[in-house]
Design a protein. Structure first.
Lengths: 132, 132
C-alpha cells in the first residue's frame, strides 16, 4: 500500500533540487548520498549505476529513506520511507532526462561500461518534519 | 580509530549549514532527518531530545551517517559514517549554542519536558562524493 506525495513536495521534486538517499550497508549501517531526482506520479525516480554502492545496497535490501528540503525553506522537509525497485536503463533514459533538468544537456560523465539503472521509490510512509 | 575531517568540511560545519543524519530503525530501515550541526575538533555535534525517534535509534544502534553538501556547490559533499554517543544536556547548552549560530538567539521552541541530549559523532570513515 503506497503513500501519496503531498502536492507541495511534488513541486520540490519537479524542480532541479537535490535529495539525500539513505540505504543500508551489508553490515546494517546507514549509507547516504546526494542525488538528482525525478518523479512519476507518486513515485520518486533516481538514476545510478550498478557499480555504485547504493545500487548494490538496494538490490539486497530495498528499504530506503529519501529526504528533500523545501528549496525555499530548509526548516521544512519531506522524508519518504519507501521501497526501491532497481530497473535496468540500458538507454540511459532517466539519467539523460535528469541531466537535462539539472544541467541542461545529456549526461556527459558516464564511462563506457556504466550500467545505468532506474531506482523507483514507492513511498510506504511520508513524514513532514521540522529541524531541531 | 577515528577518521579526520578535511579542513574544507570543517568550514562547512562551522557555518550555519544543514546536514542530514541517517539512523537505523528497530526493524533495520533507514530513517533520515535534517539537523543543525556543530563541531568539536573532528567530532560533529547534533542536538536532539530523548523524545525523538533518532535519539531512540542511536541509543539502540550507534551507527549513523551524516551528510552535508558544500553550501556553495551541491555537487560536492561529505558523508561521515560514524559512531554516535548520546550524552545528557540538562542545561540545553548545545541547542542554545546552535540556535544562536543559526537563528541568532537561544532556542525558543522546546516544551518544558524536553530532555535535550548531545549527539557526538565520531567519524569511522569519511567519504567525499559527487552526484550522478
Amino acid at each position: 500500500m503506497s503513500a501519496v506525495l503531498p502536492d507541495a513536495a511534488k513541486e520540490w521534486f519537479d524542480g532541479a533540487n537535490f535529495a539525500t538517499i539513505s540505504t543500508i550497508e551489508p553490515d546494517g549501517r546507514p549509507q547516504a548520498s546526494m542525488v538528482w531526482v525525478g518523479r512519476d506520479g507518486d513515485d520518486v525516480l533516481v538514476s545510478t549505476t550498478r557499480q555504485r554502492r547504493k545500487a548494490a545496497n538496494m538490490g539486497r535490501d530495498s528499504r530506503v529513506s529519501l529526504l528533500m528540503a523545501n528549496p525555499e525553506d530548509p526548516y521544512s522537509y519531506i522524508e519518504i520511507r519507501g521501497t526501491a525497485s532497481v530497473i535496468p536503463d540500458p538507454t540511459s533514459s532517466l539519467i539523460n532526462e535528469l541531466s537535462n533538468k539539472y544541467i541542461g544537456k545529456d549526461y556527459p560523465w558516464d564511462p563506457p561500461d556504466a550500467e545505468r539503472v532506474i531506482i523507483r521509490i514507492s513511498a510506504d510512509k511520508v513524514v513532514f518534519n521540522a529541524s531541531g
